[in-house]
Design a binder for this molecule. Structure first.
Ligand code: UDX
Length: 450
């Protein structure tokens, strides 16, 4: 089938390459000419495992090509996936729909009869219905459907090729049949295919992200209780997650969630619910957001305590800039938020990250960056572990103790063997973990930390 994919950001470029991999003929469209030029040479704008190889193969085999023209897309295909961004509005919590709206408005006059527009972006409930009205005024014989994606950064190709479920929000059997046809190899391989009303499909995405964000904030709320009572949240999460009804996933306590999805999606969902008069039903999402942001403040407070109550004139080493390990994405990164706050309070902050330094530098030029952990730690008064890259587990605490000015470490991601750091002479703190003596007795029971 011929398909266009409009918007070649994270979701779009992966989706386009994966559709081509399924055997379709795909045209990727973007207004960014430089990006389209690079993609035409099979150069990906992002790092995702497996993406470069997939692009190279599908472009070489001429199943995937790129253009900046929506009119060309409309002539080329009768199915158009819309994958442009829905960021938070600059002035409020709601989603900024201008990019999605513009794509629909701009392609509508060029559509062939029998075209299907399929939205993939995360949108406020009611968007498909609103856009269908808009489409009706410009064109007939075309429909709009919603097909949210659930991919995780770092696993984007895998999650797109092997989704846990396909969700389509459609208003006709015709639209459902076309989407089934597009995803046929996956459906034949047993991927559950859920067909529903567009509003339900839109809400599935909002609900899934809200649930996961709530789970993270729940365990971080427990971390605060643990800290106040001398208990240990890592041990608690291990034991609580063992209940199959709860599970271990998304129950990792720490500095909380960031990235391009969770923070903006829960705010947009709460704002949309308020707009339609059911704000109370998801009022807890405000708490989820607050708990999440509070972990950043708590991290700054504990770090300040470790350096004697003020950051003025202190050197602070930060391990991690990406919003999560395995990614070079720094959008709404909790680590950088903490680093920048500490810099504002008067410290010199040196940030290490194996992948994200180039993306972080333009956003926070006031921070110093290095690709060398020892350099970041030279003369540091405190070391902060803010993104759980696996390589940080391999750091030798004894070696680093000689590099810093004062051996203080705050583990805000629970990735380090704190007992080893303590035996090497470091003063150790961790979010939601007990004080030094208690931690010693808790550590042997805690399998996840080692
Ligand atoms: C997420 C959803 O998983 C995905 O389904 C959706 O489509 C987009 O948003 P992603 O943003 O790639 O994907 O990141 P994810 O791996 O889900 O992590 C989100 C954030 O939560 C990260 O900052 C991560 O560090 C944090 N997190 C995750 C925790 O703090 N604790 C956990 O237990 C899990």
């Amino acid at each position: 089938m011929r398909i266009s994919v409009i918007g070649t950001g994270y979701v779009g470029v992966v989706h386009a390459a994966c559709l081509a991999n399924l055997g379709h003929e795909v045209l990727g469209v973007d207004i960014d000419e430089a990006r389209i030029a690079a993609l035409s040479q099979a150069r990906a704008p992002i790092y995702e495992p497996g993406l470069d190889a997939l692009l190279a193969r599908t472009v070489r085999e001429k199943r995937l090509r790129f253009s900046t023209s929506l009119a060309e897309a409309a002539q080329f295909a009768r199915t158009h996936f819309v994958c442009v961004g829905t960021p938070q509005q600059p002035t409020g919590p709601a989603a900024d729909m201008r990019y999605v709206d513009a794509v629909v408005d701009d392609i509508a006059p060029h559509l062939q009869p029998g075209s299907l527009i399929v939205g993939k972006s995360t949108v406020p409930v009611g968007t498909t219905a609103r856009l269908a009205e808009r489409l009706k005024t410009t064109t007939s014989h075309s429909e709009i459907a919603w097909n949210p994606e659930f991919l995780r950064e770092g696993f984007a190709v895998h999650d797109t090729m092997h989704p846990e479920r396909l969700v389509v929000g459609v208003t006709s059997p015709w639209a459902e049949a076309r989407l089934r046809e597009i995803y046929r190899p996956m459906v034949d391989a047993g991927v559950p295919f859920f067909s529903m009303a567009p509003s339900t499909a839109e809400l599935v995405k909002a609900a899934a992200n809200s649930f996961l964000a709530t789970k993270i904030s729940f365990i971080n709320a427990m971390a605060e209780i643990c800290e106040a009572t001398g208990a240990d949240v890592v041990t608690l999460a291990d034991a609580v997650g063992e209940d199959a009804r709860i599970g271990h996933q998304f129950l990792q306590p720490g500095l909380g969630f960031g990235g391009s999805c969770f923070p903006k999606d829960i705010r947009a969902f709460a704002a949309r619910a308020e707009e339609i008069g059911v704000g109370e039903a998801v009022a807890f999402l405000h708490q989820v957001d607050e708990i999440n942001i509070r972990q950043r403040r708590r991290t700054v407070d504990i770090a300040r305590g470790l350096v004697g109550g003020s950051f003025a004139g202190r050197n602070v080493a930060v391990l991690g800039a990406a919003f999560k390990p395995g990614s070079d994405d720094v959008r709404d990164s909790p680590a950088l938020d903490v680093a920048a706050t500490i810099r504002d309070e008067g410290a010199d902050v040196r940030v290490h990250d194996p992948e994200a330094v180039d993306n972080a530098r333009p956003l926070f030029p006031e921070l110093q960056y290095t690709l060398d952990v020892s350099k970041a730690c030279e003369d540091a008064d405190v070391l902060l572990h803010l993104t759980a890259w696996p390589e940080y587990r391999r750091i030798s605490p004894a070696g680093l103790a000689a590099t810093v000015r004062s051996p203080n470490i705050l583990d805000a991601r629970h990735g380090l063997d704190l007992a080893a750091w303590r035996s090497a002479g470091w003063t150790v703190r961790a979010l939601g973990r007990a004080t030094a003596d208690d931690l010693r007795s808790a550590a042997p029971a805690c399998t996840a930390e080692a």
